[in-house]
Design a binder for this molecule. Structure first.
Ligand code: SF4
Length: 352
């Protein structure tokens, strides 16, 4: 048993050593991006670690590096491809890792509701969460809309309301509702659109916000009973969650906000403070390791299976490919989609 264990460990170590060596060999021609939800064995090799908004900014600022390896789900790698220059290659170690939330808004359904709203005389601007396909971002670019992340959703919503328009938001219902609530918008001014039901749109045209019925399974696993149990077990415990959590979970938490907001809040918290965190498990685990003077626990160990498809073996495969002149996990987006999606993303980067 021990022998098997030792050989597994040494194989893993060999892979990590090889990544380190290739990383050095490729040198300045390579940047590795990693989302916060990646495991430690990927994060240790990353030049930039961040949430979607931070990584979008970095991708738009590093246009002279030939290879960007993006360790995350496919929509983020596509976003980097859209924002970087034509000659750059974006490579995704798990090209097929698609975020289920992003897949919940289909472009045909989006075009259908848009046509219906327009015909009913509604005055809307489409806003899409960054967790979406390139086609939906392109749709927003073409129709005067923009993109948002959980870090800037409030500013983007304000941008729409300042124009005197209402919002068609997709695909995450919870982020949309939590953001609308934070701006004082009541549930009676918010409607949810379920594309599977496909009813008429006349009731919808006066809504301040229309929300697509989509959700992230990682962030909808947290329950009020779990929070109550932890509050009983830890004296003085504070609860902080991500806005993809349901509104009732955000309402019973002390704070809610983006991944970078959660990170900063815990880093800035007093030594000895206790935190229960409602977001992806890899990130919560790392927060605990980086803040040893505080108690940091998950509300529940909720893992993202799609983020976990990026492994050291696959990262190594991509780097070996670069050295051999092969583009493994190459991300492509058609020029037409990329040009339109870039308009929506650039609008977002100007707003926030
Ligand atoms: S955590 Fe949720 S939103 Fe993020 S990639 Fe995983 S499934 Fe998608």
């Amino acid at each position: 048993m021990d022998k098997i264990h030792d050989s597994v460990i040494s194989k893993k170590e060999l892979v990590l050593e090889r990544i380190k060596a290739l990383r050095k060999e490729i040198g300045k021609d390579l940047l590795i991006f990693s989302h916060f939800y990646q495991g430690e064995d990927i994060i240790r090799f990353a030049d930039f670690v961040g949430d979607s908004l931070q990584l979008a900014h970095v991708a738009s600022e590093n246009k002279d590096v030939p290879f960007i390896v993006f360790c995350s789900v496919s929509f983020m790698a596509e976003m980097a491809k859209i924002l970087c220059s034509k000659g750059q290659e974006v490579l995704a170690p798990a090209r097929e890792a698609r975020c289920p939330l992003a897949e919940m808004a289909d472009i045909k359904d989006v075009e259908e509701i848009w046509k219906g709203l327009y015909a009913s005389g509604g005055e809307f601007i489409p806003v899409v969460y960054v967790n979406s396909t390139a086609e939906i971002k392109a749709f927003c670019g073409k129709n005067g809309g923009t993109v948002c992340t959980s870090a800037n959703a409030k500013k983007v919503f304000e941008w729409v309301f300042d124009k005197g328009k209402n919002i068609l938001f997709f695909p995450d219902e919870n982020l949309g509702r939590n953001t609308a609530h934070s701006l004082g918008i009541k549930d009676e001014d918010i409607k949810t659109w379920d594309p599977k039901e496909g009813r008429g749109l006349s009731d919808y045209r006066k809504s301040r916000v229309i929300l697509w019925k989509g959700f992230c399974y990682v962030h909808t696993r947290f329950l009020s009973t779990q929070i109550e149990r932890l509050k009983r077990a830890y004296d003085g415990l504070k609860v902080i969650v991500h806005p993809e959590c349901p509104p009732e979970i955000c309402a019973m938490s002390d704070l809610f906000g983006s991944t970078s907001f959660i990170k900063k809040t815990i880093e800035d918290a007093p030594s000895g403070s206790k935190w229960a965190v409602g977001t992806e498990w890899n990130f919560v685990k790392r927060l605990g390791l980086e803040n040893p003077d505080k108690t940091v626990i998950p509300i529940f160990e909720s893992r993202c299976n799609e983020m976990a498809q990026v492994t050291p073996d696959r990262l190594l495969g991509v780097l070996e490919g670069i050295v051999k002149g092969e583009l493994i996990g190459r991300v492509t987006v058609s020029d037409e989609i990329a040009d339109r999606a870039r308009i929506a993303l650039k609008r977002m980067l100007e707003i926030a």
